[in-house]
Design a binder for this molecule. Structure first.
Ligand code: PEP
Ligand code: MG
Length: 573
């Protein structure tokens, strides 16, 4: 049994599929029979083209020709005389193996493309490397490496899954996720939860212990993975999996219940969405609204930046489907663990503290204005609110609002409709913002507390690093105090305050957050009904006393101990 971080609840039982992005250095070997080696290369190229053709056909029929085009481009690349001719020449000249010659020729060509000073050519550099890696994987005997090649339902085991990889996962084919890196609030974990895929992250060397084809049990509640379990354990877990599905089904009766405590305090229980989920699926859980729409996945889905019209279509569709319920759409929050090659951001030493989110948008006014115009236009079709991420000081809010005003003036001049009373909010996720929340509250209509980042910045603990994940503690008193400070500042200015970080759906702390006065809880859609069940059974008056008590405590151990007692005496989870 392996132990990791319980990142997405649920039980998965299935065969392992080791997904390796071939980042390991290709070995150089001396080869005597070059003719045979060249034949090996030709065969691998043919096999790669067959794979690409199959993927092309499938993507074309399922997602359309434009999405499939990239695989056709990769097929052309594998016919390119500079790449393939150059590789063969290198093999001949240096008596080296095919994978080494191909890798070095591809890298050289990619470098040339990258420095042509043109975005389009720079993207082709990635394509050259991707297409060549496919051939190298085949040469190295790893024929089944691409996520889009997965045919049978399986459990993905990977060293690392980028949020863009996770966003592409097909829930029908992937029943569980196991990775070596990542924490509970890494974006891969967040997406896994919103897709309802059980996940255990942060297991050191998982890809060495587990082989493709091993039978695995992934327990996303306990954070455990069993490899090739015996009959008894398998039976126990099969029963547990059935019970888990049944429990979730039973909870559905809380779908249409009002979000109100036993003593009459109304709150909003909203959904966090990544724009990749099916809104119909989300509606099954009966959210009161959408508390966070992470727009970056819309940007990450394509090689080029989405146009104003494309964005308008996405935002309009979601507000219409929510039929007047509030939809908080967050402006682009790229950076950190979310990369967007189309923006050409250079690698940074501290990406979470670097050029990201509002900082990038205020710098790239062109990108920002396209999004703001699309959001304003979509606001004419439903209850849309705009939220700015990663605010660190008041000037950023003022500047963002100025640019928004510019867009409003332009649209009005063009006679294009938008909601003139559109509500503007900011995320409180940098400690400086919590500390000046009284000042910020005057500038906006609402706050939403982003605990995922607020915790990492307050405690100086990288949310992606499992080695320090013990510090990433939801019960930490420092973070709870910043939350209370933020809630009080908002209320003093008569503004509402929500939370869209993962803490908002963390059951043991919900009575405390409720007692502190939080107005809105936004979480992964699948948590909504259990949280609603909990809240309807709580008394706000009890929770206020509880929150006061918790805020007087100095250590997370003390807080946990006290909450355990509260839990048993007042409600059942
Ligand atoms: C947060 O930081 O809590 C948040 C909701 O934003 P993200 O997880 O996308 O950084
Ligand atoms: Mg954040």
């Amino acid at each position: 049994m392996l132990k990791g971080i319980a990142a997405s609840g649920g039980i998965a039982i299935g065969k392992a599929f080791i997904y390796q992005k071939s980042e390991a250095k290709v070995q150089r070997r001396t080869v005597q029979n070059i003719a045979a080696e060249q034949k090996r290369l030709d065969d691998a190229i043919d096999a790669a083209k067959r794979q690409l053709k199959a993927i092309y056909e499938k993507v074309k029929s399922e997602l359309g020709e434009d999405k499939a085009e990239i695989f056709e481009t990769h097929m052309f690349i594998l016919d390119d005389p500079e790449l393939i001719g150059g590789t063969k020449e290198k093999m001949q000249k240096e008596n080296v193996n095919a994978e080494y010659a191909l890798m070095s020729t591809a890298e050289k060509l990619a470098e040339i493309f990258k420095h042509m000073g043109n975005q389009y050519m720079a993207e082709r550099a990635t394509d050259i490397l991707d297409a060549s890696k496919r051939v190298i994987n085949i040469l190295e005997g790893n024929s089944n490496l691409s996520l889009s090649d997965i045919e049978n339902p399986c459990i993905i085991v990977a060293r690392d899954l980028a949020p863009s990889d996770t966003a592409k996962l097909d829930r029908e084919k992937i029943s569980g996720i196991v990775t070596e890196t990542g924490g509970r609030t890494s974006h891969s974990a967040i997406i896994a939860r919103s897709l309802g895929i059980p996940a255990v992250l942060g297991i050191d060397n998982a890809t060495s212990y587990i082989k493709s084809g091993d039978l695995l049990i992934v327990d996303g509640y306990k954070g455990t993975v069993h490899i090739n379990p015996d009959e008894n354990l398998l039976k126990t877990y099969e029963a547990e999996r059935k019970k888990d599905i049944e429990d979730k089904r039973l909870l559905l009766r809380y779908k249409d219940v009002e979000s109100i405590t036993a003593d009459g305090k109304k709150v909003e229980i909203n959904a966090n969405v990544g724009g990749i989920e099916d809104v119909e699926e989300i509606l099954k859980f009966g959210p009161d609204g959408i508390g966070l729409y992470r727009t970056e996945f819309l940007y990450m889905a394509k090689d080029e930046l989405p146009s104003e019209e494309e964005q308008l279509a996405a935002y309009k569709s979601i507000v219409e489907k929510m039929k007047g319920k509030p939809v908080i759409i967050r402006t682009l929050d790229i950076g950190g663990d979310k990369d967007l090659p189309a923006l050409g951001i250079t690698k940074e030493l501290n990406p979470f503290m670097g050029y990201r989110a509002i900082r990038l948008c205020l710098d790239r006014k062109d990108v920002f204005k396209t999004q703001l115009r699309a959001l304003l236009r979509a606001s004419a079709y439903g209850n849309l609110k705009i939220m700015f991420p990663m605010i660190a000081n008041v000037q950023e809010v003022i500047r963002a609002k100025e640019i928004l005003e510019e867009c409003k003036v332009e649209l009005a001049r063009q006679g294009i409709e938008f909601n003139k009373n559109l509500k503007i909010g900011i995320m409180i996720e940098v400690p400086s913002a919590a500390l000046i929340s009284d000042i910020l509250a005057k500038e906006v209509d609402f706050f939403s507390i982003g605990t995922n980042d607020l915790m990492q910045y307050t405690l100086a603990v990288d949310r992606m690093n499992q080695k320090v994940s013990y510090l990433y503690d939801f019960f930490d008193p420092a973070v709870l105090r910043l939350i209370k400070m933020t809630i009080d500042s908002a209320h003093k200015a008569n503004k509402t305050v929500g939370m869209c970080g993962e803490m908002a759906g963390f059951v043991p702390l919900i009575p405390v957050l409720l007692g502190m006065g939080l107005d809105e809880f936004s979480m992964s859609p699948s948590s909504i009904i259990s949280v609603r069940k909990l809240i309807t059974g709580l008394k706000y008056s009890d929770c206020k006393l509880l929150a006061d008590k918790i805020l007087s405590m100095g250590s997370s151990d003390e807080i946990k101990k006290h909450l355990k007692a509260f839990k048993t005496s007042n409600y059942k989870i």
